[in-house]
Design a protein around this ligand. Sequence first.
Ligand code: FES
Length: 107
Amino acid sequence: MSQFVKAAETTDVQPGDCLGVKVEGVFIGIYNIDGNYYAMNNICPHLGGVLTYGFLDDNVVTCPLHMWEFDVQTGKCIWPEQETLPTYPVKIEGNDILVDVDSPQPH
Ligand code: FES
């Protein structure tokens, strides 16, 4: 069942920035790309690097450990071509960033 939960406030994640937070036991990264917010699982599928400790360039985050790259809008691993990370629906209500971790994409 879809359920949006407050994950952070918009002022916590400025444009071009990201934030790692736990929402209902799921460690996610929230990314602000040109004022739009995206949420993606925050654990690199290679060896567990925390992606929000990496480098964000436009919509691509690079893992700080071995430089795998992920599109934070789709979860797709763009280098090397590996598994896709779950992304989660995000909506903004007032100053709150709400994330639905019960509806990962892709399933
Ligand atoms: S742990 Fe992320 S690239 Fe190795």
